[in-house]
Design a protein around this ligand. Structure first.
Ligand code: NAD
Length: 364
C-alpha cells in the first residue's frame, strides 16, 4: 500500500516530514483531523528502529487524539508528532528549536505538548520557536506537568464506575490493583489511599515501586500477575495493549479503569469484557484530564476552570455507560460512537462558522 492510500484510508488530513541536517532532526507530524478544531497532541521522542515504525506510531496516536478530544467535549482535533531518535543521546537545544520551527510553519493547525521522551523543559525550548505549544512551565504561562491532573480525572471516573457496578461511590475498603506507579499511577495511588481504598501496586521499576510503598503503605504484587488479582478495580497505568488474547481470560476484577492509552489490543476485546461482565471505562474518556488541562492554556490558563472540566469525566463516563446499555453494545464501542457522532454533528456547525485557523479564542 502506498503512503497516500494508507493516509487516505483512515481519513488523515496531513502528514509532514521534518528534516534538519545540522541538528539531526527527523520528525513526522500527523494531523488526523481538524474537524473540531486545531489538532493537539504530544511529541514522542523515541528510538524507532525504522521510519515506517515511527510513521505507524504517529498515525495511530494522532487518530487516538481525535477520539479523545471529541469525547472530552473539546474544540480540538487530533494530531501527534514523533521525533525519531534516542532522547538520552540525540536531544539538543538545536534539534528541539528546529522542530519548533516546523511546528510554527503549520500556523496552529497542529499544537504540540509533551509525551513519552519529552518533558516540560523541552516544551519550553520548542516554545522559543513556536506559539503552538502547550504544557510549558508556569514561566511561559503554561500549566506544568499534566500527569497529576490526568490522575485526578481517572479518580473521578473510578467513582462513576463504582456507582455503576456497585450502586454507591464509596471507596472505603474497595480493592484496587494499579499496574504501573509512574507519574499518573503514583498520583492515583495517593487519591485512592486517601479515600480509604485497599491498594495493591506493581511496577517494573523498583524505585517507582518503593516510592509508592513508602509514601502510601500499599501492598505490592509482581508485574506479571497484577491483572489476575481478584479485586474490585484493575487500573492499568503502564503501557497499552495489556488487555489481549492472553490476559483477558485471566482477569478477576469487576471494573477496569486506568490511565494507559490503548489498553485494548483490539476492539473485539471490548466486546469480550462486556460478555465477561467486566465494566470497562474506555481509556480515552477516562484519561483525558491531562488534555483538558493543556487545552485550557489556549485561553490563558485557569486552574479552577480546568479542574472543573476534569471533574466532568465522572458525568461523561455515566453518559457512555447509558449509551452502552441502551444500544446493548460494549462501553468501548459506545465511547467511539459518542466521539464519532460529536465530530459529525459539531463539524457541520463549524463548517459554517469557521474559516482559517488560529488560537481558539479567535474562533469564538
Ligand atoms: P510513566 O512512564 O511515568 O509511568 C509508567 C510506569 O509503568 C513506570 O513506572 C514504568 O516502570 C511502569 N511499567 C512499565 N511497564 C510495566 C509493566 N509491564 N508492569 C508494571 N509496570 C510497568 O508514564 P505516565 O505518564 O504515568 O503514563 C502512564 C500511562 O498513562 C501511559 O500509557 C500514558 O500514555 C498514559 N497517559 C498518561 C497521561 C499523562 O498525563 N501523563 C495522560 C494520558 C494517558
Amino acid at each position: 500500500m502506498n503512503l497516500f492510500e494508507r493516509i487516505n484510508g483512515d481519513g488523515y488530513e496531513q502528514v509532514v516530514y521534518c528534516s534538519d541536517d545540522r541538528s539531526g532532526l527527523r520528525a513526522i507530524i500527523a494531523i488526523h483531523s481538524t474537524a473540531l478544531g486545531p489538532a493537539l497532541g504530544g511529541t514522542r521522542f523515541y528510538p524507532y528502529e525504522t521510519e515506517d515504525e515511527g510513521l505507524e506510531d504517529v498515525l495511530r496516536l494522532a487518530k487516538g487524539m481525535t477520539y479523545k478530544a471529541a469525547a472530552a467535549g473539546l474544540d480540538l482535533g487530533g494530531g501527534k508528532a514523533v521525533i525519531i531518535g534516542d532522547p538520552k543521546r540525540d536531544k539538543s537545544e538545536a534539534l528541539l528549536r528546529a522542530y519548533g520551527r516546523f511546528v510554527e510553519t503549520l500556523g496552529g493547525r497542529y499544537i504540540t505538548a509533551e509525551d513519552v521522551g519529552t518533558a516540560l523543559e523541552d516544551m519550553d525550548t520548542v516554545r522559543r520557536e513556536s506559539r503552538w505549544v502547550t504544557g510549558c512551565s508556569h514561566t511561559y504561562g503554561g500549566s506544568g506537568d499534566p500527569s497529576p491532573v490526568t490522575a485526578y480525572g481517572v479518580f473521578q471516573g473510578i467513582k462513576a464506575c463504582i456507582l455503576e457496578a456497585f450502586g454507591d461511590t464509596e471507596l472505603e475498603n474497595r480493592t484496587v490493583a494499579i499496574q504501573g506507579v509512574g507519574k499518573v499511577g503514583y498520583a492515583l495511588c495517593g487519591h485512592l489511599s486517601d479515600a480509604g481504598a485497599k491498594v495493591v501496586v506493581a511496577d517494573a521499576d523498583v524505585d517507582n515501586l518503593a516510592r509508592a510503598v513508602s509514601d502510601f503503605q500499599v501492598e505490592t504484587c509482581d508485574s506479571a500477575s497484577i491483572h489476575t488479582l481478584p479485586v474490585d478495580i484493575f487500573s492499568p497505568c503502564a503501557l497499552g495493549g495489556g488487555i489481549n488474547d492472553d490476559t483477558i481470560s485471566e482477569l478477576a476484577c469487576r471494573i477496569i479503569a486506568g490511565a494507559a492509552n490503548n489498553q485494548l489490543q483490539r476492539d473485539a476485546h471490548g466486546d469480550k469484557l462486556r460478555d465477561l461482565g467486566i465494566l470497562y471505562a474506555p481509556d480515552f474518556v477516562l484519561n483525558a484530564g491531562g488534555l483538558m488541562n493543556v487545552e485550557d492554556e489556549l485561553r490563558g490558563y485557569n486552574r479552577e476552570r480546568a479542574m472543573t472540566r476534569v471533574e466532568g469525566i465522572y458525568k461523561q463516563l455515566q453518559q457512555i455507560f447509558t449509551v452502552a446499555k441502551e444500544r446493548r453494545i460494549s462501553t468501548a464501542r459506545a465511547a467511539k460512537d459518542y466521539a464519532e457522532e460529536r465530530i459529525r454533528d459539531i463539524s457541520r456547525i463549524r463548517q459554517v462558522r469557521v474559516s482559517g485557523y488560529g488560537p481558539l479564542s479567535d474562533h469564538r
